[in-house]
Design a protein around this ligand. Structure first.
Ligand code: ADP
Ligand code: MG
Length: 729
């Protein structure tokens, strides 16, 4: 065994679970202790300031400078009382993860000497030097400044001794440079559009908000193994590695008992999560060995997404205490399942109704059907944009490969609900309805809750499934910022609901009764979008063919998928709908092209280094051993005996030799392909070039390396193997 691998292995054998004590077995005792929430605001703010913040959270209203000063002072006092020395605006740039720049509270006071200070001005707005964040050309160097601005709707929290204030990040000229600003816009548009549609059914609704419950999948690897794998360190995934003889084929990992060391890690990060007010609830083993999942109770989308980004950070930090590295890459190991982040999503009103849950009477069921059908139509019309929001370099190993969600968007409703929609198309007349007909229709939909209860069939292969009271968008990647798909889904639904309202109002203006108008518009929408509904096996070849016949798109290339952001539909839901300006949209797509190119570029470089510096020298070393062996055989064997045995040895030497030659040749070609691609100025063209001419080498080279791993002496192999990394002792 090569040196690093041996040392790693010896380290790992010594590991013990590191149990941590929770402050109390009752989570409520310490839940949210590190969050400046309404309860703490009540204590630290004046009545006036408290009311202003509460109103701003509930209604999205503005907080004036005088109030901001009061809030800042209260926030500072709370933070200092809880051990803080620094503060930071915490934001979501267009990279993987969040960003922060810490400043001390310390200032010189009016009479000299230091004081702890934090003004409303500093709370509300900051100007980090932002020139190094991706902007897609929005920020030229002369206007390189960016601003972060307080997002009142997500509470400030403490990490260690730093007060973190959730913020949006915009350029000097006002364009969004992050995920949060457009997400807030999309959610706001959705609120307006959905509230108006709710008024057909209930005038008391004043606010509709989207809810999100993410299920975070991840892998754990011992840090000693991780540190001996340059590919894991630099790209987040293994670029080479032969499959373990046993991995997930016995289905013995899913939901099985959690190894003690892993459980200690989970308990530890869950305690941290509770202190930060993140309501984690579920933990279990996933399908692949060393793959796990964590899921919280759902929350409002913006808050849920902040919590997801925060918990990923917490998990990474806590993992180190347990000598683990946590991997959020969508496909860290070839040949076994990758990791996703199911986005469970629904719509709720401030009157306490889940709009995607069937109601108790025909009226609320018509409301349920209205929102359901609008979602169906939204997904149908925006399949390309939804895909573009989640198809990244990492996630492309899942989508369209032979595992969980395919690159074809479709919706699973369950047979019962599908039949309800079919019946609606059949039974709703296009002419004026008789009172009897209307009663019949309403009675029909009045039965939905009953039938749904015993309709528990769940389709695990669907990328977008209705699960009784919400939709589950399963194609989102484990490493993603949920804001990306949530901007598209909520923004596009807002656009759709506005169209819906226009259509219904137009029929009402023509003299149709309200319910009748709604039924007729829904009928038309179902007819237009029913091709997106699919109940069968989404992984099958037949579905690919069937989907093509239906005209559904199936795009597996990242640059091709990103190009759909330039479509007419994108203009409608983003620009017309007020979520992005034209410049913002262009900048954003440019960043995505660039991100894709860079990820492939880094992988190609790392693989090149790995094979040239690790693999080929090892192969040659082993080959030399074999050559020595052949020479020795010649010395000790007689002519006859030598001839009998030498064939096998020479074959092995030739096999190694030919893999080495092919690898060398392909690495050379890959470098040449990169040089050509790097010359392109246009980010879109460059991404296509990388996708078509560089990316294919990654798998081709890997194939030969993995063959070498199988024939070369285990003693010499330099990299920790799958069978070692994937099973936690
Ligand atoms: P499963 O693995 O069966 O899909 P989990 O229990 O792992 O289910 O996760 C379900 C997720 O769905 C949880 O995060 C839960 O909070 C979330 N969820 C439940 N109801 C809603 C809702 N109305 N809106 C958004 N998310 C929801
Ligand atoms: Mg789950």
């Amino acid at each position: 065994m090569a040196q690093f691998r041996t040392i790693a292995f010896q380290e790992v054998l010594k590991r013990q679970p590191k149990k941590v004590e929770a402050p109390s077995n009752e989570v409520t005792v310490y839940f949210g202790t590190k969050v400046f929430d309404l309860v703490k605001m009540q204590k630290y703010l004046s009545k006036e300031a408290y009311r202003a913040v509460k109103k701003a959270i509930a209604e999205g209203s503005h907080i004036d400078r005088r109030m901001a000063d009061q809030v800042a002072a209260g926030m500072r006092d709370w933070a200092i009382d809880n051990g803080a020395t620094h503060y930071t605006h915490w934001f979501h740039p267009l990279t993987d993860g969040t960003a922060e720049k810490h400043d001390g509270f310390i200032e010189f006071g009016d009479f000299g000497g230091p004081v702890e200070s934090f003004s409303g001005e500093l709370l509300v707005q900051q100007e980090p030097d932002a020139s190094s964040f991706p902007s897609g050309g929005i920020r030229n160097t002369f206007e390189a400044r960016g601003y972060t601005a307080w997002d009142v709707s997500s509470p400030a929290f403490l990490v260690g001794t730093t007060l973190c204030i959730p913020t949006v990040f915009v350029s000097y000229t006002g364009e969004a440079l992050d995920y949060k600003a457009p997400l807030l816009k999309a959610l706001n548009e959705l609120n307006k559009a959905a509230t108006e549609v709710c008024h057909y059914f209930d005038r008391k609704v004043t606010r509709v908000y989207a809810t999100l419950g993410w299920e975070q999948e991840y892998f754990l690897v011992d840090e000693a193994f991780y540190n001996a794998r340059p590919d894991l360190i630099l790209t987040g995934r293994t670029l080479v590695g032969h499959q373990s003889a046993k991995d997930q084929q016995l289905d013995d990992h899913y939901f099985s008992s959690i190894p003690e060391r892993v459980k200690a890690f989970m308990e530890d990060f869950e305690i941290e999560a509770y202190k930060l007010g993140i309501p984690v609830k579920t933990r279990h083993n996933e399908v692949a060995p060393n793959q796990f999942e964590c899921a919280p109770i759902f929350e409002e989308v913006n808050l849920a997404n902040d919590h997801n980004q925060l918990i990923m950070d917490v998990m990474k930090r806590v993992a180190r205490r347990h000598n683990f590295q946590v991997l959020f890459h969508e496909k860290p190991f070839a040949g076994i399942n990758g990791s996703g982040k199911h986005n469970n999503w629904s719509l709720a009103t401030d009157t306490g109704v889940n709009l995607l849950s069937p109601g108790k009477n025909p009226k609320s069921n018509l409301q349920f059907l209205t929102f359901l059908v609008n979602v169906v139509k939204t997904v149908y019309d925006n399949q390309d944009l939804l895909r573009a929001s989640i198809l990244t370099a990492g996630n492309s190993h899942r989508l369209g490969a032979n595992e969980a969600p395919p690159a074809i968007l479709s919706i699973f409703l369950g047979s019962t609900l599908s039949k309800v929609l079919d019946d609606l198309v059949k039974n709703v007349p296009t002419t004026k309805m008789s009172p009897e007909k209307k009663t019949e229709l309403k009675l029909g939909i009045g039965k939905i809750p009953e039938i749904l209860l015993d309709n528990t069939d769940r389709n695990r292969t669907s990328p977008f499934a209705f699960t009784g009271n919400r939709f589950e968008f399963r194609a989102v990647g484990a490493g993603a910022n949920c804001a990306a798909p949530m901007i598209v889904l909520n923004g596009a639904l807002a656009y759709q609901l506005k169209q819906f309202k226009k259509d219904v109002d137009a029929l009402i203006a023509k003299g149709r009764k309200k319910d009748e108008a709604i039924f007729q518009v829904l009928r038309q929408m179902i007819k237009e979008s029913k091709d997106i509904l699919f109940e069968g096996d989404n992984y099958s070849e037949e579905w690919k063919e069937e989907a093509a016949r239906r005209g559904l798109t199936n795009i597996t290339s990242v640059p091709e998928s990103l190009s759909t952001y330039f479509s007419e539909q994108a203009r409608k839901v983003f620009i017309e709908n007020g979520i992005f300006t034209e410049r913002e949209l262009e900048g954003r797509v440019e960043v995505e092209f660039e991100k894709f190119t860079k990820k492939i570029q880094i992988e190609a470089r790392v693989l090149g280094d790995l094979v040239i510096n690790h693999i080929i020298p090892t192969a040659v070393q082993y080959q030399n051993k074999l050559i020595e062996n052949v020479k020795g055989m010649k010395e000790i064997f007689g002519e006859e005996e030598y001839k009998e045995h030498i064939g096998d040895r020479l074959d092995l030497i030739r096999e190694i030799s030919s893999h080495v030659s092919v690898i060398k040749k392909m690495v050379y070609e890959m470098v040449e392909a990169r040089k050509v691609a790097n010359k392109l100025e246009n980010e879109r063209e460059k991404a296509f070039k990388y996708d078509q001419t560089v990316r294919p080498y990654l798998d081709k080279i890997r194939y030969h390396v993995d063959k070498l791993e199988r024939v070369i002496d285990d003693e010499l192999w330099p990299l920790p193997k799958y069978r070692e990394m994937l099973f936690t002792r």
